[in-house]
Unconditional design. Structure first.
Length: 126
């Protein structure tokens, strides 16, 4: 089960939903997550009440169209599968929300079975 946070500048509800859809579909296609396994926090920033900082690190020229995607999931997937996720997410974000692939910043954080409680105070994966 992934937990996804998406932050984007100057982003209305429709665009946030499109970004959420792009990430969710990419997770399903590349890692096999089922459609109902959708836990996302989608946040738009307007530049006054919220900012996103970015730079041209590793030669990637980012701008205010940047979208940060943070995905937390259980450990164990191979690097090739992660790379496929990054590529597919960038493709779908461009298709659904008009985000230039250079502006897709994605980070995965892996954890263990004991690090999840999906309700009722239980650790369901243990």
């Amino acid at each position: 089960m992934p937990f996804v946070r998406i932050d984007a500048m100057h982003c209305d509800e429709a665009r946030l939903r499109a970004l959420g859809r792009a990430v969710h579909e990419a997770l399903g296609e590349t890692m096999g997550f089922p459609d109902e396994d959708r836990f996302q926090v989608l946040t738009g920033h307007d530049g006054q009440h919220g900012l996103l900082r970015h730079g041209t690190y590793l030669g990637v020229p980012r701008d205010d169209g940047i979208v940060y995607v943070a995905i937390t999931l259980r450990a164990g997937r191979p690097d090739a599968q992660k790379q496929a996720l990054y590529r597919r997410t960038a493709q779908l974000a461009e298709e659904y929300a008009g985000v230039e692939p250079r502006n897709m910043f994605i980070v995965l954080t892996e954890n263990a079975h004991a690090d999840w409680s999906l309700g009722h105070g239980d650790a369901q994966y243990l």
